[in-house]
Write a protein that binds this ligand. Structure first.
Ligand SMILES: Nc1ncnc2c1ncn2[C@@H]1O[C@H](COP(=O)(O)OP(=O)(O)OP(=O)(O)O)[C@@H](O)[C@H]1O
Ligand SMILES: [Mg+2]
Length: 249
């Protein structure tokens, strides 16, 4: 089943269209990698699918219902079922890791008693193996730990779909691989659907079931990762067959 279906979807800012007339589906329970060169619109697309940036045209369905940006109830239903790891959305420095992870809970469910919040935060931190660091502040964590902390914040509401924008950028290859393993575990053990923006070919190769390749204001490829190898599209081959390179981040 497809959890997200986009039709004639145009995304951008004001009068600037970044991607035009996209049609694609994101299947449930799999990892879809969103790829493309810098500036191709990956973050813009992710923001629109996450309910943060209204489409300029067309639209998309989430779990079978159209997402209506003019309806708070419709956006609320979307927010309740997704988690987002932002590209630059680091943890807030003034708050402990615990308070950072608790933020989405406090925002969306202000009436929950603290004991319940605490259980949710600890469950989120346990999923990223950071149970022992709840009281630390972001400045006391390594870059990889901060990424995992931000991932815990994206997971705290037990989302159906997790959007991750460049989860491993700026990390060394080993830490980056651990993060990929974590994403695979979310898919395999928790049956989550993941939509992951990434530049790293190794990471795509390791985690992606599906690929959306953005180029020149549109979709250049939407399909199984496994089918890419058979493509004779010159752009696709140049993009994906630079294996062994460490990528521009
Ligand atoms: N807030 C904004 N207002 C206006 N234009 C924006 C805004 N954010 C991004 N853009 C423009 O939209 C286009 C796509 O940007 P986007 O951030 O989606 O690219 P990206 O594929 O995520 O790039 P990167 O790999 O560098 O993160 C760029 O031309 C960018 O300048
Ligand atoms: Mg981006």
């Amino acid at each position: 089943m497809d959890i997200i279906t986009a039709r004639d979807l145009t995304v951008g800012y004001g009068r600037t269209e970044v991607l035009r007339d996209l049609a694609f589906a994101i299947p449930e329970g799999l990892i879809t990698a969103v790829v493309g060169v810098s500036g191709s619109g990956k973050s813009t697309l992710l923001k629109t699918l996450a309910g943060l940036l209204p489409p300029l045209g067309g639209g998309f369905e989430f779990a079978g219902s159209p997402v209506d940006y003019r309806s708070e109830a419709s956006l609320g239903r979307l927010y309740a079922r997704i988690g987002v790891l932002y590209q630059d959305g680091a943890l807030l420095n003034g708050l402990s890791l615990y308070e950072n992870v608790a933020l989405p809970v406090r925002m969306h469910y202000p009436e929950l008693p603290e004991a319940v919040v605490r259980d949710m935060v600890h469950a989120g931190l346990a999923q990223v193996e950071m149970a022992g660091s709840a009281e630390k502040f972001p400045s006391e964590l390594s870059g990889g730990m901060r990424k995992r902390g931000a991932l815990a914040r994206a997971l705290v509401l037990d989302p159906h779909v997790v959007f991750c924008d460049e989860p491993s950028s700026g990390l060394d290859p080993i830490t980056s691989r651990l993060l990929d393993d974590l994403l695979l575990r979310l898919k395999e053990s928790f049956k989550m659907t993941l939509v992951v923006v990434t530049h790293e070919l190794r990471s795509i190769e390791r985690v992606a079931d599906r690929v959306l390749l953005l180029n020149d204001g549109g979709l250049r490829y939407a399909g199984d990762y496994a089918d890419l190898a058979a493509s004779d599209d010159g752009f696709i081959r140049t993009f994906f067959l630079r294996k062994g390179h460490h990528d521009d981040a």
